[in-house]
Design a protein around this ligand. Sequence first.
Ligand SMILES: *Cc1c(COP(=O)(O)O)cnc(C)c1O
Length: 397
Amino acid sequence: MLPLNIIKDSLHTPCFVVEQSAFKRSIEGFQVALQHYFEKSIVSYSVKTNSLPWCLKEAGNLGCYAEVVSYDEYKLALLCGYEKNNIIYNGPMKSKETFLDAIQSDAIVNVECHRELEWLTCLPKNKRYKIGIRLNINISKISKLDANGDNDDSRFGFCVGSGEFEAVIKRIKTLENVDLVGLHIHRTSLQRRVEFYENSISYAVQVIKKYHLDLQYIDVGGGYFGIFANHPTYDDYAAGFYRILKQNNLEKLTVIVEPGNGLVASAFSFLSSVIDVKQVDDVRFITTDGSRNDVDPFFHKKDYMKTIFRKDGDRQNSPLQVIAGCTCLEYDRLFSLENQPELHVGDRILYHNVGAYTMALSPQFIRLWARVYSFDGKDYQEVRRASTADDIMITSI
Ligand SMILES: *Cc1c(COP(=O)(O)O)cnc(C)c1O
């Protein structure tokens, strides 16, 4: 936990703070759990979940691969020091150049689209190459208890039901220098249950058997809980994978996971300060230098896990305070407090568990990206400065 004096005085707000120990504990926790059950396993950091270079470098130092889903992320992973053969390349937004480069450099590449199949014909004919493909998974069909409605079907991967999966396999077989060695089955379910993963692996096993696939890896994707009380643990997930694979004599496959949310969510907090207070009829409006864009870019959340730090001094209770952000949007309101001690200028609010899909989705709106500090248990250090108008001018032609 961050020391109080650092939260209250030292950090310049608005800012994110990443706690190194929390990030490390999650990554190592997942690695150890998989190693307990499997001879070969890979934890691959989902770059899109939080593409802060500090995270990529830290994950890489801890032995993670980088899981990237676009040519931009592929290049970012290289800039953060990843070897190409420690990259997993997924998603439809590959470029032909980076796709071919990744395959020729022994990255793990999961084919997602028809155009990628055609790009395979451009590989040199005098060497053999390995690829994986993504299997289309409909959550409500393979795991009824996890059915959730609108997006249960999937835009991703090749579908068995439509015949495309079989056609793709046949196409790959016609390529003499390409071997299909992996299946990718990423889906995120609402409840993140272990049984969901068991069901999707069972489905993958059916497909592997039906098409007599001779694989080296199964990539189970992301979507896990991090380390939280009363939720499945990394060991529970790994045991579930093992149970299904072992039943089917496939436990020797390399098991790959691509967690994002589970690794970073709880490692990050966001700190803002009260910059103004106004009374409007019965409401005390508290303006802060943070914004909903910083902690809730989808504007879905109703409340936040947060801690309020009031400076010393007597406070009266206020019937209603609305804590608002720094943008000009009327609806940039974060939460309200009823019958609580009033907030004053200079008080601070720390929002917890905001590391996943927040920083990466924050727009450059009105107040540009906040700075980021890392905290190693003793000292803090700035690892990203705040964005400035100069940063915008740099890309302007
Ligand atoms: C988003 C994504 C992940 C990470 O999902 P989390 O829910 O953040 O764990 C992993 N793999 C793929 C292919 C993804 O698109």
